[in-house]
Design a protein around this ligand. Structure first.
Ligand code: GRG
Length: 293
């Protein structure tokens, strides 16, 4: 099996190219396309499309539209970052090492660029050619649940509501299961849908997504303390400065690390019910808990 480094170095340029082609294909005002492309082209780890591709790798399926579906998830993720950075939300100046969308294009265009990315993604799924009508509906239905009020948007609202409030660790977990975990898990589920995986495999992959989503978020909280602004590409130490509800704040830094590792181990156990041998998803999981950005 190849390493995460080789896998990501092979796939990320292809994801980047597909994202750029997809934006070029849109008939819309140039300035809107520019704003949509700006945040996509700023990079990012592309973890969600890589997860989707790694699921297909695990299930030994080559799917001609995998890159397109993965790119729609990256577009939804990027929209969420653009909106999260707005003055009315986190009010951030830097993201992915560049000025945030609203700092460059103004607030109105940043909102509309996010809206454009979100809406376009659903249209792309509706126009897929190489999947059955049933699978298409499953992809669209699950994407709307993961990204919308029952998932990421709902989690963001819980997060905003929890600010300057004392919440329990269970409430913190509920925020992150929805805000971060839902879309991440969807990227794994979408791979399983494209591969026409059986019910048992889908269930194991969903559980993998649940645990690795929480491990991802805990590492995100740890990086706010241990990471640097230069490497993260966004302001480090912001959670601590704004007394945000985070895992280290609840559990101490050491406690957060041990919870992260527990979820990582649970995630790996889910994979062992599908494959006896380590697979690319093992590699991505390890990358997620060891990453420095
Ligand atoms: C505004 C609807 C709406 C939702 C916002 C995802 C989110 C909800 C906000 C982002 C803020 C944040 C720091 C969330 C924690 C985890 C997370 C999703 C981090 C960013 O994702 P990465 O690390 O980013 O995959 P890159 O830039 O690598 O793609």
């Amino acid at each position: 099996m190849t390493s995460y480094k080789n896998f990501s170095e092979y796939h990320i340029p292809k994801i980047d190219r597909r994202l750029s082609e997809m934006i070029k294909s849109i008939e819309a005002p140039t300035i809107l396309k520019e704003a949509m492309n700006y945040s996509l082209a700023a990079g990012g780890k592309r973890v969600r499309p890589l997860f989707l591709l790694a699921v297909l790798d695990l299930l030994k399926v080559n799917h001609s539209e995998a890159l397109t579906v993965g790119s729609t998830i990256e577009m939804i993720h990027t929209y969420s970052l653009i909106h999260d950075d707005l003055p009315s939300m986190d009010n951030d100046d830097y993201r992915r090492g560049e000025l945030t969308n609203h700092k460059v294009y103004g607030e109105a265009l940043a909102i509309l660029a996010g809206d454009g990315l979100l809406t376009f993604s659903f249209g792309v799924l509706s126009r897929l050619q190489a999947v059955s009508a049933e699978e298409k509906l499953e992809l669209i239905n699950q994407m709307s649940q993961a990204a919308g009020a029952e998932g990421m948007v709902g989690g963001q609202v819980l997060d905003i509501e929890s600010e300057s409030k004392i919440i329990s660790v269970e409430e913190l977990e509920m925020i992150h299961i929805n805000k971060t975990g839902a879309l991440l898990t969807y990227s794994i589920e979408a791979g399983a849908i494209l591969a026409a995986a059986d019910v048992q495999t889908k269930k194991a992959l969903r559980e993998f997504g649940f645990h690795i989503g929480l491990a991802f978020q805990i590492q995100d909280d740890i990086l706010d303390i241990e990471g640097t602004t230069e490497v993260l590409g966004k302001t480090a130490g912001k959670d601590v400065a704004s007394e945000k509800n985070t895992y280290p704040a609840f559990l101490t830094l050491a406690g957060a690390k041990s919870k992260r590792d527990w979820h990582y181990n649970q995630a790996i156990q889910c994979l062992r019910t599908i494959s006896n041998e380590p697979v690319m998803l093992d590699e991505i999981a390890a990358y997620i808990i060891n990453r420095n950005k």
